[in-house]
Design a protein around this ligand. Sequence first.
Ligand code: SF4
Length: 274
Amino acid sequence: MKIIFINVKKALSRSGLPDLDYALNPYMGCYHGCIYCYARLYTWIKEIRENWGEIIAVKKNLINVLEKEIKYLRRGIVGVGTITDPYQPVEAIYRLTRKSIELLLSHGFHISIQTKNTLILRDIDLLTKHKHSVDVGFTITSLNDKKSRIYEPKASPPSMRAYALKQLSSKGIDTWIFYGPVIPGYNDDLDTRIKIIELARETGSKILIDRIHIKKFMYNRSHPLHKILFIARNYPWKRFIYETMKLCRKYNVDCIPGFAEPSKNKTTLDSFIQ
Ligand code: SF4
């Protein structure tokens, strides 16, 4: 892995994601190197984009810029790690995520963290102290460590993510699971869905579901997802989401689909019935 250092003009950006006011990404590039990762498309440094997972840019003046910004910005919800993972391994050295969230929490912001790395447990003291202003989501695409290694080669194994989720939830922190992307043949099977729903029930987490989005770079014949493109495009997504939400209801777990165009713009189970 190669580390480079950059200066930024802004620390917080306006978020286009629902429920978030701002986005904060301390690092550009992501060592986890998930094969389906779309984040490269939002990365303006060509070298990082073309060597995804190998080069990480550390925003070295981030904390100084953030200190200035929070003096005049309206308080709100900050999504931490909306593009790249805020707890990827470089965070163990540079601690930009920890310093940023300390600053934000002490100035009245709410933070919403999304990660695939158990390094977050290093900050459990801080997160617990401010638990009413924090929520944490783990991306869990499968609970099979062996399969996950192919799709998310350098993220924490999902069994460890599940452990971390339980730890955070046991401290009273609001937790959620991002079950996405759903990839046909990898994690759309019943067993995977039941295991994820059971974990959500155990930890009192809600589940956000998202399917694979086909991107141009996947059309490259050498890309590992190239072979599933046709299947993904013709997959019965509406049926999938209907059945998954039915399961969620059975387990009394709150599930929110991020796709599948339900009728009447609703995300209730009934809206997915043809
Ligand atoms: S953890 Fe997230 S940002 Fe990092 S490579 Fe995987 S999908 Fe991309």
